[in-house]
Design a protein. Structure first.
Length: 397
């Protein structure tokens, strides 16, 4: 032992085995000398019944006085109940964001999400998250990092918001797994971009045109009867694409379609007379349990987007997506006077706000009914015409 100075450290001889030279003024501060002559400043302390050592820097890289100041700082934190060596080791072992992505996919997504959602999360991780912040340690990711990633996707607001949602979920789980402090999610206060919901639905004339086009392309042999039936069933049931695409004959029980694994969980769809008639005209292929049979034996059709692009072009409906057929079903239900609650049940919505987009269509029917009642009342009551100088009603006191 002795005081650690530049002269005393440089005078330390190299031995056949590692040894320590301890400072006589700061207990726990010393120099480790390796058999190869490397001299490293260290601290040593007790934590949880165990002896801990932590390197402060190599001699020559830092001076003895700098090492002394670091030793006082670190040993002072030990006196306050901290464990600087343990903290450093945890930081060195801490995973980066790429590793977090994989754990997220394996331990959460694979167990809790449907295959379509798994594919979307995998795409977000591999294409957008890993290339940008994959090398960052999980605890080092900041709001600035996430905000920059989100900003780089500003020309694709829907995609930008989906990626932000995946990052948010990942870092919520990082807190649960002890990889970040509670309440430190870096997506907090990163504002999503506005998303404009599409209001496209088919008019009666467009529905007639589409139906006729589907019949023509089947007659010409351009698509199979099963493919055309898929689009017709989307119109007649309001189901999601995957629900019709993966539908099995065993799901049809009388006039009810039982969907065991819909987006929002198991649900039942009441089949109309037209839907039942259409299903009755479809051929059941031996060994294939699926209603919308594909070209591969015993499998359902895997790609309806390609035939849809040809069909909508011929029908003059280039701006119509497959999902708009579901919107059309809901819009017709709203314009027929059905309540938003009923429309939500027809579509399999679990949250009222999801169905709220059709409120203005339901309001139009309600307004028409109110005008009809007003007309009846006006017929019973002799109402004088309002004065010519009255342009509006004053509401309130």
């Amino acid at each position: 032992m002795g005081k650690i100075t530049k002269r005393s450290v440089e005078a330390l001889a190299v031995k056949s085995s590692e040894y320590f030279f301890w400072d006589d003024q700061i207990p726990g501060f010393g120099v480790r000398v390796s058999p190869r002559g490397k001299k490293v400043y260290v601290i040593q302390y007790r934590n949880g019944g165990r002896t801990r050592r932590m390197g402060l820097g190599s001699h020559g890289t830092i001076t003895p006085n700098q090492a002394r100041d670091l030793a006082r700082e670190k040993l002072g934190s030990v006196a306050q109940g901290q464990d600087p060596s343990g903290t450093l080791q945890r930081e060195r072992r801490a995973p980066n964001v790429s590793a977090l992505c994989e754990r997220f996919m394996d331990e959460h997504v694979a167990l809790r999400c449907k295959p379509s959602t798994q594919s979307e999360y995998r795409r977000c991780c591999d294409i957008f998250i890993k290339p940008k912040i994959g090398g960052h340690r999980v605890q080092d990711v900041t709001r600035v990092d996430v905000g920059e990633l989100h900003h780089n996707l500003r020309t694709k607001p829907y995609q930008a918001n989906r990626v932000l949602g995946v990052i948010s979920k990942m870092f919520n789980l990082a807190e649960v797994w002890g990889l970040r402090p509670d309440g430190s999610n870096p997506t907090r206060h990163v504002q999503k971009y506005p998303e404009r919901k599409r209001e496209r639905f088919l008019s009666p004339e467009e529905i007639e045109t589409l139906w006729s086009t589907l019949d023509h392309v089947v007659t010409r042999g351009e698509v199979t009867l099963h493919v055309a039936a898929a689009f017709k069933l989307l119109l007649l049931t309001g189901c999601r694409l995957s629900e019709i695409q993966k539908m099995r004959w065993s799901y049809i029980r009388g006039n009810v379609l039982w969907l065991p694994d819909a987006k929002t969980g198991p649900r039942r769809v009441l089949l109309s007379a037209s839907a039942l008639r259409l299903l009755g005209e479809l051929e059941r292929l031996d060994g294939n349990p699926h209603v919308i049979a594909g070209t591969v034996e015993a499998q359902h059709i895997t790609d309806l987007q390609k035939p849809w692009r040809r069909i909508r072009k011929e029908a003059g409906l280039d701006d119509v997506r497959i999902h708009d057929l579901r919107h059309t079903y809901a819009s017709l239900a709203a314009m027929a006077g059905h309540s938003l609650h009923m429309i939500g049940k027809l579509l399999g919505h679990t949250q009222a706000q999801t169905t709220a987009r059709y409120a203005h269509l339901a309001d139009a029917v309600t307004r028409e009914a109110a005008n009809e009642v007003d007309g009846l009342i006006s017929g019973f009551v002799d109402q004088p015409s309002p004065p010519s100088n009255v342009t509006h009603l004053k509401v309130g006191p």
